[in-house]
Design a protein around this ligand. Structure first.
Ligand code: C5P
Length: 235
């Protein structure tokens, strides 16, 4: 099995990010950089990490009107990510425009089209948060509906928690990519995450990729932490 772990490198410090990614390379499938890294370092910073030769998931979770998201995606494509994402709650028109924009950009740049993924429901939210936001649906129903909408709009997959994988697979099938954050080991501090499972449970449930941040990056020895996780996945 190819290594499904994308390590979330959430730091504004380019040198620290480069050092961590370099140390972990060979033990992981790729790296994920998001708003914390991108706001400090921009496309130029991501390109520096691209040079390490690992796939990059550029997790900027765009959520805006279609025209603005299209412009932002054109900019993000300059970083040559393997995976890009937007929020499904940006709606049908925004998602369809995003799909067309990424396809056009890849043709113009003569590069492989990155996976375009929709965030369904942040793993830091639970049913109570969803209720406060105005939905009385359970997270599983909410996530599955947004996943189906994303698939109908042409997206390659969704971000969901490990708890919704089976329900999404039933509706969206096996080739739809499922990227799963909210990963915690037994005894880990949950931090701000609410819908969590272990790496092994997420992979057994059928995640294509798992995103792991603090359980690795805050460990006293991040390489040992990732090796321990890999052994639970028989990697
Ligand atoms: O440190 P931790 O493992 O909680 O990091 C999870 C990473 O995944 C963070 O970078 C966070 O931004 C990202 N993420 C998430 N939930 C989503 C989408 C992305 O936690 N639904």
């Amino acid at each position: 099995m190819l290594n499904p772990i994308f390590v979330a490198i959430d730091t504004p410090d380019l040198e620290a990010a480069r050092e961590l990614a370099t140390n972990l390379s060979g033990h992981i499938g790729g790296i994920k950089v998001g708003l914390e890294f991108f706001c400090a370092n921009g496309v130029a910073g991501v390109l520096e990490l691209t040079q390490l030769g690992m796939p990059i998931f550029l997790d900027l979770k765009f959520h805006d009107i279609p025209n603005t998201v299209a412009g932002a995606l054109r900019g993000a494509m300059r970083a040559h990510p393997s995976i890009l994402n937007i929020h499904a709650t940006g709606g049908e028109d925004m998602m369809k425009t995003a799909v067309a924009t990424v396809e056009e950009c890849a043709v113009k740049m003569s590069c492989r089209k990155p996976l375009l993924i929709a965030v369904t429901m942040l793993t830091s939210l639970d049913s109570k948060d969803l209720y406060i936001l105005g939905s009385s649906d359970a997270p599983q129903k909410h996530v599955t509906r947004l996943a189906k909408l994303s698939q109908d709009c042409g997206l390659d997959g969704v971000v969901c928690s490990a708890l919704e994988i089976n329900a999404v697979r039933e509706v969206c099938g096996n080739s739809f990519k499922l990227i799963v954050p909210g990963i915690r080991l037994e005894g880990n501090d949950m931090g701000d995450q609410k819908r969590t499972l272990t790496p092994k449970q997420a992979i057994e449930n059928g995640a294509d990729y798992i995103v792991i941040g603090r359980p690795i990056t805050s460990a006293a020895d991040p390489i040992a932490a990732v090796q321990a996780i890999n052994s639970t996945l028989s990697i």
